[in-house]
Design a protein around this ligand. Sequence first.
Ligand SMILES: [Zn+2]
Length: 563
Amino acid sequence: MAAAIGAVGAAASVAACRGGIGSSSFGVGRGVDVIIVNARVWTVDPARPEAEAVGILGDRIVAVGTRAEIEKGRGSATRVIDAGGRFVMPGFDDAHIHLMTGGAELDNVALKDAATPEEFVRRIGERAKAVPKGEWILGGNWDEQGWPGAPLPTRALVDGVTPDTPVFVTRYDEHMSLANSVALRLAGVTATTPDPPGGLIVRDAKGNPTGILKDAAQGFVFRVIPPPTAEQRAKTLHRALRHMAELGVTSVQDMGPDPDDVAVYGALASRGELTARIRAVPAEIALAKQLGGGRVRHHPSAFLKVSGAKGFADGSLGSTTAFFFEPYSDDPRSRGLLADEMQPLEGMRSRLLAIDQAGEQLCIHAIGDRAISMVLDLFEDVERAHGARDRRPRIEHSQHVAPGDFARYARLGAIASVQPYHAIDDGKWAEKRIGAERAKTTYAFRSFLDNRVRVAFGTDWPVAPLDPMQTLHAAVTRATLDGKRPGGWVPEQKVTVAEAIEAYTMGAAHAEFEEANKGSVTVGKLADLVILSGDPFRVAPEAIGSLKVAMTIAGGHVVYERR
Ligand SMILES: [Zn+2]
């Protein structure tokens, strides 16, 4: 290796060899590309938990150590970043997002914080005046739980302000949407339309649709919304990438993306325009169909890969479609709804077997305790049929776990892919829906860790904010958003700051088989780093949520710098 690398220190030389980094990209004396000094580096690497400085060459970390050690790699072409004593850590890897829905939300009508039905209507009416005639009003992330009496909105509510604008606004959990009369007409949904499998058309006393379509019934309207053009998609993606960079998110795992969006990811990847790494996880239904045709894996750059398969076992707690062993405490007639993909179960099993046979990872959404148990059964079926291997099956959300099932996760090597922000959001009302006993093993992050289950953190953006600080805060405090449980909802399930960071970096990297490349500040790994405005270990837990990202580095490039 060249002198410049040798000068960085013995650790760097070893790792440079291990990481396969060549010396041809820089001349002797030029030094490494970037050094970060005067930092408190939290590495998430048990071999060296803390350091003062980091050296970067190309897109890799080539040295981690004391300031004096790293300064030796400094040359005439080295950019020196003085962290000002601040906290440096691996970039956040969000294990579960909906990238393009999130990107679109950044420009959509915002309904999540509409405090009353009147405010909800006012915002939709305003948007209707702003959009060109005939253009759809979509997204919104509405949440009726804060409204007096929590009534579901109806088309009658919004028809007056949207006489010729189609509206299809979605609840924040994406398990139901409200269509206005224009949208229902375009979709052909009437009083005589039967409920589809895994879906529900909410009807009034006379049997007429109220406009609320739950789960699979949303498909009636989604099918008639014109798809965006490739240019519109690229614009949305750029918008999302900016948002990620500002928040220190350097990797995302995009669940069930539209294949046309994945094509746009590929176009941006080949032009070098991705500033965060995207792992696209196709829908299992779509993937299972492709397997017969001889699928080719798609890895156009270090910033994009397409792998795994995302499926659904049930709905959500907010929409009372999460599937439980026992009835809902506030709706004794219902135990929830099994997703259409699970009906018949044999169909799901054979698709999952085919996907596993192809070597792909299974990532199945399951929220209710019974849905989770059924998915664990399916994972066991797969293991029994194909033998043991390092397959890391994932249960997305893993919200309400039957006490006996933690050990099954551990035995299967199954990953709990969880979103701590949901706990402080749903925690406002979840207990009335499931009762105190089930709440004990709800969002049970501590129980997972105590049972040696690997946990990966994410947000489910745009269901929850993409901001990792808010997720860390949620996991550490479990303080509900309504301020009513400042000591934490089910406080036994809190995790430490170190555990939360681990789950958001190494945990998420492990969950996508990328632990050799990402997840820690370790020599040889990709130079994906963030500098925070403050130290999450040294501020009060309540203050973690307001920490900001000062700088984001992805693949050795500064992709965001806070002014
Ligand atoms: Zn999701």
